[in-house]
Ligand binder design. Structure first.
Ligand code: FAD
Length: 414
């Protein structure tokens, strides 16, 4: 069914009792052309573009928990594409541009809000880094600019630009960056996948990967054995566990990253601000809560909680830059398990097992990449080889020392 103002009016006549479910509860079939493990944003987008761009529709998306219940439903939704290296700028900008029309494409309001994202420069080192990024972005066709402190204050009056330790010396500003509703991105893709005849199967954990002569034949799940010709592993923080099932190792560390929101207050900030030197970032949600995040835990774990220490560190850092938040109460806090690579860039790659592909390593910043990553991963799964967007993100780069170093753009920021 197409969602529209007309349909809302029509459904109102029957007391809104006639809306069909956005996606059904599918029972696994014995065999699929392709299985995607993980119904987060990246897995669902991979399945969607497999169907839409490549006509591969006999597809199942297997999720051990509930759809979007991983990092996709736990992140702080910052969308930007101001990365330094060319392969990163290309995939993140593709993604950001797909976000611009995603609501129309999915016929589902993902609430993309291109309100503008600024990354504060609070040391001379950061000024130099962001000036360099702005130049690189100009060459890559990504629209960013380095703005002076007065413009920072104009765009975000609640910032204390003179700061006690770190005055604001300027910022890298991307006017068409912003936020989107994270759940809606997952739900919108899931609905479209179901519409194309794909099976979105929740509460279905993959526990083993089966193969013959080095080629995948299927998976063992908590809902039984399912055969497939191709398998895409898209499980973020659990990538190491799935890679282990397929018999290879990944250069990935899984750590907890957390976020928190304040009590809701009146609108006071209509841009996203990242203060990487003091190590925190903030935006205001449509409900009025201040959405706050900071750094990841310094040790590996799978706990989906995050340590208390980081709440204190992050809030202390942000109070320096936004003194007015010192009087706000924290409403809730949560964590997700992010998959970090050494060069802070993702992996979109074939693997040592034939027919198995992997998409992971988005670390603290993969929400913004969902449409572009799904596009690129679908192309790789359908054609058997990575296309132009994914070509540089193969696993072999770690063996060959061909790193895509984004530690400035992504090490702290999101
Ligand atoms: C607190 C926090 C803040 C963040 N802020 C931002 C931000 O502002 N901007 C940004 O761009 N990014 C941000 N991120 C990062 C972003 O959330 C992730 O990079 C992105 O959501 C990863 O999506 P995914 O689909 O790969 O993973 P997920 O959404 O985690 O999906 C993977 C799914 O795989 C499932 N799974 C795992 N193992 C199995 C199995 N064996 N069988 C079946 N299913 C399995 C999981 O249950 C999960 O649902 C943040 C992350 C966190 C935690």
């Amino acid at each position: 069914m197409r969602y529209s103002a007309f349909e809302i009016a029509r459904q109102a006549l029957s007391g809104h009792k006639g809306w069909p479910r956005a996606w059904g509860d599918a029972t696994p079939k014995p065999r699929y052309d392709a299985i995607v493990v993980g119904a987060g944003g990246h897995g669902l987008a991979t399945a969607y573009y497999l169907g839409k761009n490549h006509g591969v529709r006999n597809v199942a998306i297997l999720e051990k928990g509930w759809l979007g219940g991983g990092n996709t439903g736990r992140n702080t939704t910052i969308i930007r594409s101001n990365y330094l290296q060319d392969p990163s700028a290309a995939i993140y900008e593709k993604s950001r541009s797909l976000y611009e029309t995603l609501s129309q494409e999915l016929n589902y309001n993902v609430m993309f809000s291109p309100r503008g994202v600024m990354m504060l420069a609070q040391t001379e080192h950061e000024v130099r880094g962001y000036l360099r990024t702005a130049q690189a972005n100009a060459l890559q066709g990504v629209q960013t600019e380095f703005i002076p402190p007065a413009r920072v204050k104009e765009l975000c009056p609640i910032i204390e630009t003179r700061g006690p330790r770190y005055p604001v010396l300027g910022a890298l500003w991307q006017a068409r960056g912003g936020t989107a509703r994270h759940d809606a991105v997952a739900w919108g893709y899931a609905r479209k996948c179901a519409e194309m005849g794909m099976d979105v199967i929740q509460q279905c954990e993959v526990t083993a990967i089966r193969s013959r002569n080095g080629k995948v034949t299927g998976v063992t799940t908590t809902k039984g054995e399912i055969d497939c010709a191709k398998l895409a592993i898209v499980v973020a923080g659990h990538s190491g566990v799935l890679a282990d099932m397929a018999g290879f190792r990944l250069p990935i560390e899984s750590v907890a990253l957390q976020a928190l929101v304040s009590e809701p207050i009146k609108p006071c900030m209509d841009v996203v601000v990242m203060a990487n030197t003091v190590h925190g970032y903030m935006s205001q949600s449509d409900k009025g809560e201040m959405v706050i995040g900071g750094g990841a835990d310094g040790y590996n774990n799978y706990s989906q909680r995050g340590s208390f220490l980081h709440i204190e560190e992050t809030v202390r850092a942000l109070v320096e830059t936004f003194p007015m938040i010192s009087r706000l109460k924290m409403l809730r806090q949560w964590g997700g398990i992010v998959d970090m690579t050494g060069d802070r860039s993702p992996i979109i790659s074939k693997t040592p097992m034939g027919g198995v592909f992997i998409n992971c390593g988005w670390g603290t910043g993969g929400f913004k990449a969902i449409p572009g990553s799904g596009w690129a991963t679908a192309e790789m799964v359908a054609k058997g080889e990575p296309g132009p967007l994914a070509a540089e993100f193969g696993l072999e780069r770690f063996r060959e020392g061909r790193f895509i170093d984004e530690s400035v753009a992504a090490g702290v920021a999101h």
